[in-house]
Design a protein around this ligand. Structure first.
Ligand code: NAD
Ligand code: 6OD
Length: 486
């Protein structure tokens, strides 16, 4: 059986305790690999290696040399594209077209773009008048923060891990990554890439394990970690923030969402149906930016609900390697229990189930997988749990609205504030609403269209801080001001 070890100080190592846990396939529950389970000794070793690397060969590289190494990482990911696609499919069970066209190319881009950003960013300077008339010059130095703890979720593992590791390394830091226990494969594979291109030992480290009382908690509490970047559930973020308070460590958090899609009657109908279908059901709804609340202007409501139903009922379940497959399973049986709990709750709360609501009939070889049907509800009040709480599954509630003011208030009436999507041909209205809706990211006539130079992050309980472009530099570096009296 394949064993996935930690990657510490440039080497794959098992745990001192010898403990391992199982990674099972979401597709059929078969055993994918056994994973070394890290504890305090592995976290200590990884943090120590990362600290040594800060002042070793890595710390002495010129900016140009560091940037060249990161281009090398991006190129090596592209050269080993098929290996990364296969690893991510084994971890998540999602169809290969999602991996090939969206998630894996982003891994390479996350290294290349931030190498470009760090190379081209200017530092600020001020000329300061002084009483003697000679003046002073202030300028900033940008220095790495140190060792960055990177705690990752399972829903788009390679994209989300490299979205943190790329800028962290571009800025000259070193990292210790704690991948999700559900998806350890691509983080492990990236170690091979680092060694192949000559990234010095200790710059990139991975410790596998769980969250509480395990590698995640040990890493975030470790005094040798200077800052923590975390993507995951809001409740987990609260726990990590408490750990980060000890030692005054900085945090960057990308958390949950309960995002609204808003469709006006003047929208390009086919584009809106296609966009909302993707935002609800891509990756089986396991996308933080996905839309679980859909508001449709009343004249379009019935037609839109029917069109989305047709699309949802046309998904092709299957193995990720099969070209015909368009729709995969949930990540695990544990997550399926949560999602099915909400499916039942919707019925109890009085929803009209437009489609789905349960487990599909699957052939015998796939029956052990964590499959659920894409599900659409109508008819619920805004107070219903499935309308208020993040489900993180392939489901949405659709409600009609009558005015811009009404739908703006509906969109804002939630504790989360990650993203929103507006479908309309009236761009003046779109601009007005984008300013009024309390989220970090608004898309107009698009969804998940990314430019990595833009600010990315959530408002309200969807996150703390912004990453992307120079905003990532604000988290992964510290500015030092130098004042020179002339
Ligand atoms: P999660 O919070 O359960 O786990 C995320 C990571 O945190 C895992 O590696 C886990 O082992 C670790 N962890 C758990 N408890 C911990 C603790 N006490 N201390 C340290 N580490 C701990 O999240 P998940 O279920 O893996 O991911 C799904 C969630 O992530 C959803 O809420 C989704 O919205 C969110 N998400 C947000 C974004 C964004 O950009 N805002 C992106 C992707 C996912
Ligand atoms: O595109 C990104 O940079 C990003 N962080 C996407 C998050 C997707 C959430 O599932």
């Amino acid at each position: 059986m394949r064993v996935i070890d930690h990657f510490i100080d440039g080497e794959y190592t098992s745990s001192l305790s010898g403990r391992q846990f199982e990674k099972r396939s979401p597709v059929d529950n078969s055993l994918v690999a056994r994973i070394s389970e890290g504890g305090q000794p592995e976290v200590d070793a990884a943090v120590a290696a990362a600290r040594r690397a800060l002042t070793g060969e890595w710390g002495r590289l010129t900016l140009d040399q560091r940037v060249e190494l990161l281009y090398g990482v991006a190129n090596e990911i592209t050269r080993r594209f098929d290996d990364f696609v296969a690893a991510e499919m084994a971890d998540t069970g999602q169809p290969q077209h999602v991996m090939k066209h969206a998630f894996i190319p982003r891994g390479a881009a996350n290294f290349k773009v931030f190498a470009d950003v760090i190379k081209n960013v200017a530092n600020e300077s001020f000329q300061t008048p002084t009483p003697d008339g000679r003046g002073a010059l202030n300028y900033t130095l940008r220095v790495p923060k140190g060792v960055i703890g990177v705690v990752c979720p399972w829903n788009a593992p390679f994209l989300l891990m490299t979205w943190k590791v790329g800028p962290a390394l571009a800025c000259g830091n070193t990292v210790v990554v704690k991948p999700s226990e559900e998806t350890p494969l691509t983080a492990a594979l990236l170690g091979e890439v680092m060694n192949a291109v000559g990234v010095p030992r200790g710059v990139y480290n991975v410790v596998n394990g769980f969250g509480p009382d395990s590698a995640g908690a040990f890493l975030t509490a470790h005094p040798g970690v200077n800052a923590i970047t975390f993507t995951g559930e809001t409740r987990t973020g609260e726990v990590i923030m408490q750990a980060a308070a000890k030692g005054m460590r900085d945090v960057s958090f990308e958390l949950g969402g309960k995002n609204a899609a808003i469709v006006f009657a003047d929208a390009d109908f086919d584009a809106a149906v296609d966009g909302v279908f993707r935002s609800c059901f891509l990756n089986s709804g396991q996308v933080c930016l996905g839309t679980e609340r859909v508001y449709v202007e009343r004249p379009l409501f019935e037609r839109f609900v029917q069109a989305l139903k047709v699309r949802a009922e046309a998904v092709k379940y299957g193995r990720p390697e099969d070209h015909a497959t368009t729709y995969g399973p949930l990540i695990s049986h544990e997550h399926r229990r949560k999602v099915l709990g909400y499916y039942q709750r919707a019925v109890e709360e009085g929803a009209t189930v437009v489609t789905g609501g349960g487990v599909p009939d699957m052939p015998a070889d796939l029956a052990g997988g964590a499959w659920v049907q894409p599900t659409i509800w109508t008819g619920l009040p805004e107070s219903a749990a499935v309308v208020r709480e993040e489900i993180f599954g392939p489901c949405c509630h659709i409600r009609p609205f009558d005015s811009e003011a009404e739908v703006t208030a509906l969109a804002n009436d939630n504790e989360y504030g990650l993203s929103t999507t507006i479908w309309t041909q009236d761009l003046a209205r779109a601009h007005r609403m984008a300013a009024a809706i309390e989220v970090g990211i608004t898309w107009v006539n698009a969804w998940f269209l990314r430019d990595l130079r833009t600010a990315f992050g959530g408002s309200k309980q969807s996150g703390i801080g912004r990453e992307g472009g120079v905003h990532s530099l604000e988290f992964y570096t510290e500015l030092r001001n130098v004042c020179v009296k002339l």
